[in-house]
Design a protein around this ligand. Structure first.
Ligand SMILES: Nc1ncnc2c1ncn2[C@@H]1O[C@H](COP(=O)(O)OP(=O)(O)OP(=O)(O)O)[C@@H](O)[C@H]1O
Length: 232
């Protein structure tokens, strides 16, 4: 079944087109890696799907019935995200972020507590729960944002550069959690500059260039396409 439909999406700022007629579909259970040079439009596309960056044309749908423009709440509840730069609220502690996030996805209290405890221990954030973002290191802020996105069972997880800023222990732990989520049916759309890192979790790729889809297909075809375009 289709999970995400991106249909003829444009993002324009003033006169420049950051995304130009982007279309693709994600099936339930797939893991799609967005690749491309710096400035290709990967983060802009992620933000457009989240609704953080307004699209100027096109449609984005979840499960073929929730339209980002007309059913935003239902649409949003199906997505959890991790941005490249942690987006935390300065007036909330780490723990308050987890509680707010759990509540906004209508998580059951006991299950929320259980998951908070599990991820806080796994990401080694014990002792930091009452801290505000400004007194956390960048990696710790990234961990707080990552835990927030891991708490609910959102069917689609958007991750802009997974593993960025995390130490090696956190990277291993996060990878294990992602594999567990995937095994339970979660779909993931991620951006990466290091396809090698995500090769064992992604099954599809889309290569963006100057805001357009240049290539797409199964991850196994990526090397051949890359070699061909490197030689041009
Ligand atoms: N708020 C903005 N205003 C104007 N231009 C922007 C804005 N955000 C992004 N851009 C431009 O849009 C283009 C795409 O940027 P984007 O951040 O989506 O690229 P990216 O593929 O994620 O790059 P990177 O690999 O460096 O993270 C770039 O040319 C960038 O300068």
């Amino acid at each position: 079944m289709k999970l995400l439909d991106v249909i003829n999406v444009d993002v324009k700022i003033k006169s420049s087109k950051l995304l130009d007629n982007i279309s693709f579909t994600m099936e339930e259970g797939s893991v799609l890696a967005l690749v491309g040079h710096n400035g290709a439009g990967k983060s802009t596309l992620m933000k457009a799907i989240m609704g953080v960056h307004e699209k100027t044309a096109g449609e984005i749908m979840m499960k073929e019935k929730y339209n980002q423009d007309t059913n935003f709440l239902e649409y949003k509840q199906l997505i959890a995200f991790i941005l490249e730069e942690p987006l935390l609220m300065s007036e909330l502690t780490a723990m308050q972020h987890f509680q707010l996030y759990g509540k906004s996805y209508q998580m059951e209290e006991a299950e929320l507590k259980k998951r908070i405890n599990r991820y806080v221990e796994g990401f080694e954030l014990q002792g930091k729960l009452d801290e505000y973002p400004e007194s956390l290191s960048k990696g710790m802020r990234q961990k707080v944002q990552t835990i927030c996105a891991m708490l609910p069972d959102a069917p689609l997880l958007l991750i802009d550069e997974p593993f960025m800023g995390l130490d090696i222990y956190a990277v291993d732990y996060f990878e294990a959690i992602l594999k567990e989520k995937i095994a339970n049916g979660t779909s993931i759309l991620l951006t990466t500059h290091q396809l090698d890192r995500v090769k064992n979790i992604a099954n599809q790729f889309i290569m963006l260039q100057e805001g357009k889809v240049l290539h797409s297909g199964p991850i196994a075809d990526f090397e051949t396409i890359k070699r061909r375009s490197d030689n041009q």
